[in-house]
Design a protein around this ligand. Structure first.
Ligand code: NAX
Length: 327
């Protein structure tokens, strides 16, 4: 029998974890013919809740699920892991400064990066979901010098999917009619969803909508969607975040379709003026199990200023964690 792929989920007892684990176990993360075993990492107080989720996973009798481990120990969780989904993070609490938030998360993502470095499988792929996702990914990456840097990524696929859906509704088309959507920069309110390269039926999306809608409705709606969900639901995005994590990893492992691209935050190689090493969202394709930045796009002044603003924020976050000694 085929060796199962080990998938580690941190923050497994949280709300994204609850929406994610069943989809992984049912084969949607890697493919309907790929057996998986799950490792659920939680903090000690939440291990019992994770055990409850594991009971429910058992009760699904998923044919592809070959084992579940529940632990609060980093070495156990990341030992031999092939896919690490770093979901658990410390949310910003009232009165918390950005420095405090970065420091608290440094205490989570630094040790996790080191455990990945020391114990994960050679082919490990890491997706950071927990916020601030891009900078948490940078912290984990810097604690894992023996793992190729490109294996550390952060999630902007939810923003990408939100952008597809907003545009599809505006133009009364199907999301599948839209190609080449891009989210640039940080997974934060400064992110830039780009309609100047997106295509709808072969036409540039920005030319199909009026400029005021693009600037004053589309961009802020996508960038602030997380807050709107909290306002409406009384809880932050969970199933949609889990769905985006599934999309990100599935495409990373299995490739993106010809003639299209997606968005992922990956370490910059300096493309599009994004300083090398920053984990920034780009238009990407996946080929041979690796993300590649789509090259050669023309960036006009409007897009340039938006990209620069979000990338500047990433640079500030990097400087802040550097000063804190976290990278
Ligand atoms: P929850 O608070 O429901 O769950 C988080 C879980 O992480 C808790 O069970 C907690 O015990 C656990 N945890 C905390 N520290 C841990 C550690 N050191 N090791 C292991 N587990 C730990 O949050 P949830 O709604 O699931 O969201 C998780 C993270 O995703 C948050 O940081 C959130 O901001 C982020 N998001 C990121 C998104 C993205 O697009 N990148 C969108 C959705 C979401 O907001």
């Amino acid at each position: 029998p085929e060796t199962p792929v080990k998938v580690t989920v941190t923050g497994a007892a949280g709300q994204i974890g609850y929406a994610l684990l069943f989809r992984i176990a049912s084969g949607q993360l890697l493919g309907a013919d790929v057996p998986v075993k799950l490792s659920l990492l939680e903090i000690p107080q939440a291990v019992k809740a994770a055990e409850g989720t594991a009971m429910e996973l058992d009760d699904c009798a998923f044919p592809l699920l070959r084992g579940i481990e529940i632990t609060d120990d980093l070495t156990t969780a990341f030992d031999g892991t092939n896919i690490a989904l770093l979901v658990g993070a410390l949310p910003r609490k009232a009165g918390m400064e950005r420095g405090d938030l970065l420091e608290a998360n440094g205490g989570i993502f630094g040790p996790q990066g080191k455990a990945i470095n020391d114990h994960a499988a050679d082919d490990v792929r890491v997706l950071v979901v927990g916020n601030p996702a891009n900078t948490n990914a940078l912290i984990a990456q810097s604690a894992a010098p023996d793992v190729p840097a490109e294996r550390f990524t952060a999630m902007t696929r939810l923003d990408h999917n939100r952008a597809l859906s907003q545009l599809a509704q505006k133009l009364q088309v199907s999301v599948t009619d839209i190609k080449k959507m891009t989210i640039w920069g940080n997974h934060s309110a400064t992110q830039y969803p780009d309609l100047f390269h997106a295509e709808v039926g072969g036409k540039i999306a920005a030319e199909l909508v009026d400029e005021t809608w693009l600037r004053e409705t589309f961009i802020p709606t996508v960038a602030k969607r997380g807050a709107a969900i909290i306002e409406a639901r009384g809880a932050s995005s969970a199933a949609s975040a889990a769905n985006a994590a599934i999309d990100h990893v599935y495409d990373w492992v299995n490739g993106t379709p010809e003639g299209d691209w997606t968005s992922a935050a990956i370490p910059s190689d300096g493309s599009y003026g994004v300083p090398e090493g920053l984990i920034s969202s780009f238009p990407v394709v996946s080929r041979g199990g690796k993300w590649e930045i789509v090259q050669g796009l023309e960036i006009d002044d409007f897009s340039r200023s938006r990209i620069d603003a979000s990338v500047a924020e990433l640079g500030e976050e990097r400087d802040a964690v550097r000063q804190l000694g976290l990278i």
